[in-house]
Design a protein around this ligand. Structure first.
Ligand code: BES
Ligand code: MN
Ligand code: ZN
Length: 506
């Protein structure tokens, strides 16, 4: 992983292979550090501006060699777009793009000139956090299973230094960088788990990695085994696991941030289907491999708990991951089966491919009944219909407790993970009605994400509840800004921000 550090002094005296200087759209002449560079290098910056080769548009990255006139071997001009619309999220995006651009040309050491708060309105702390997050998240790659090529070694950026001019506050910048690294690490834990294939990340392995992660963050962890599920009559979860040779695990990670006030609590419940074949209602072959990512909700909870254990907000947080594999087989549950969930409700399993809501139902019943959970946010790659509704850009948010939904939306806005609320009007409920049981696990094609959310809602009595459907946002097909191909790590940043905000509010 790239190392990110801060230092104070003259950026032109710093020995890096590339010095990045950001500038706004509409630049007419080099000023500040750019005017020094311009005079030392015979007017190169001025001519790039005059010739329209660098205008400061947010898509622009322009580089030139420095021919020994200053310490950095090249200068990279990075356009930030219009000054009026600058914010820390744009710094994050641009840091990612610049870092990848420089990796592609083989640069290993990058220095970045700090943008002053008086120019941008962005504090040094926030600038540091954004650069750290953008560059480390944007440089992330999952290359574990690729054999190295002897004649074509991997290019990688080793270090990034943010250079702050003498007189500015180094501690603020440093604090921001440290927070940025902490959050990027959480995202990386999640991305790694999601990118791993399902023959490696089985429910047992998910529990192992959750244990390592919880231990590293100093958090206690409990794993419930199949016997415990039988004891607690978790018929819905047991039905899903029936076809798999892999034992199911219910993973519980605890952050006791406010032990005097046990009711000041929230549970993050993440769907952990380590592979979703559909079961007897088998999925089609094309694209089925993506279903290794059907544990993305659970992986986001593990990543977020790592950050929460490190930040230690004053709130009790329970991370919950029902980890189960959904397979066909002679023991598998059948369409038409009726199972009884832990809370006593009977469910007609109309389609074994609607398995996420079944495991979430029992996981949520368990924590409300046994753990005194007062607020639940669940995160799941729940429905293909979500991808149809909001595509790969926006996570769908649902919930019966508007204040909690609002908190989720607020947190997502702060961190730049796009989310949008959809309704769960009572009128949709009849689609989940069964002729034979209390409820059935499918609601038909219309509003498939809403009926899925409403199904989960049947198991949230006694707690506030919001639900995130990340079926379209957990994986990306190409790199853009801090997002890279494969697992995105969404919505780790929103979850951590939400917990921090709720802790502040009490
Ligand atoms: N894991 C899938 C949802 C999914 C689909 C996630 C595509 C990411 C991309 C979920 O378990 C599922 O199969 N849902 C079914 C529900 C249906 C049978 C009611 C679906 O969406 O087709
Ligand atoms: Mn499914
Ligand atoms: Zn699924």
């Amino acid at each position: 992983m790239v190392s990110i550090n801060v230092s104070q002094g003259d950026a032109l005296e710093n020995d890096s292979s590339a010095l990045v200087i950001h500038a706004f759209e509409g630049i007419t002449k080099p000023d500040g550090i750019l005017s020094t560079i311009d005079s030392l290098l015979s007017g190169v910056v001025n001519s790039l501006i005059k010739d329209g080769e660098f205008t400061g548009k947010s898509t622009e990255i322009v580089r030139f060699p420095t021919l020994g006139k200053i310490k950095p071997s090249r200068v990279v001009l990075s356009g930030l777009g219009k000054k009026e619309s600058i914010n820390s999220l744009k710094i994050k995006e641009k840091s990612a793009e610049v870092a990848r651009y420089l990796r592609n040309i083989g640069v290993t050491n990058i220095s970045i000139a700090l943008l002053s708060e008086s120019d941008t309105g962005i504090s040094e702390e926030s600038f540091g956090q954004s650069v750290a997050m953008g560059s480390s998240m944007g440089l992330y790659q999952f290359k574990k299973y690729k054999s190295p090529k002897a004649n074509n070694p991997e290019k990688s950026v080793e270090s990034i230094s943010i250079i702050s001019p003498t007189g500015s506050s180094l501690p603020d910048l440093k604090r921001g960088v440290e927070k940025g690294i902490l959050l990027s690490n959480a995202v990386e834990i999640t991305r790694n788990l999601v990118n791993e294939p399902a023959n490696v990340v089985t429910p047992s392995q998910m529990a192992n990695i959750a244990s390592e992660t919880a231990n590293a963050a100093g958090l206690p962890i409990t794993i419930l085994e199949k016997d415990d599920m039988v004891k607690h009559k978790m018929g819905a979860m047991l039905g899903v696991t029936a076809g798999s040779a892999q034992p199911p695990k219910l993973i519980l990670i605890e952050h006791k941030g406010d032990p005097e006030n046990p009711d000041n609590n929230i549970a993050l419940v993440g769907k952990g289907i380590t592979f979703d074949t559909g079961g007897i209602s088998l999925k089609q072959a094309a694209g089925m491999g993506d279903m290794k990512g059907d544990m993305s909700g659970g992986a986001s909870v593990i990543g977020a708990m790592h950050a929460i254990g490190t930040i230690k907000p004053k709130i009790n947080v329970l991370g919950v991951i029902p980890a189960v594999e959904n397979m066909p087989g002679s023991n598998a549950q059948r369409p038409g089966d009726i199972v009884t969930a832990m809370n006593g409700k009977t469910i007609e399993v109309e389609n074994t491919d609607a398995e996420g809501r079944l495991v979430l139902a029992d996981a949520i019943s368990y924590i409300i009944q046994e753990k005194g959970t007062k607020r639940v946010v669940d995160i799941a790659t729940l429905t293909g219909a979500m991808v149809i509704a909001l595509g790969h850009v926006t996570t769908g948010v649902f919930g019966k407790t508007q204040s909690l939904v609002d908190e989720v939306l607020k947190a997502s806005k702060t961190v730049g993970e796009k989310m949008w609320q959809l309704p769960i009007f009572d009128e949709y409920k009849e689609q989940n009605r069964s002729d034979w049981a209390d409820v059935k696990n499918t609601g038909g094609r219309p509003a498939g994400s809403i009926t899925a959310a409403l199904f989960i809602g049947e198991f949230t009595d006694g707690a506030d509840w919001a639900h995130l459907d990340i079926a379209g946002t957990n994986m990306a097909s190409k790199a853009k800004g801090h997002i890279v191909k494969g697992a995105t790590g969404v919505p780790v940043l929103s979850l951590v921000q939400l917990v921090e905000n709720l802790a502040e509010a009490t």
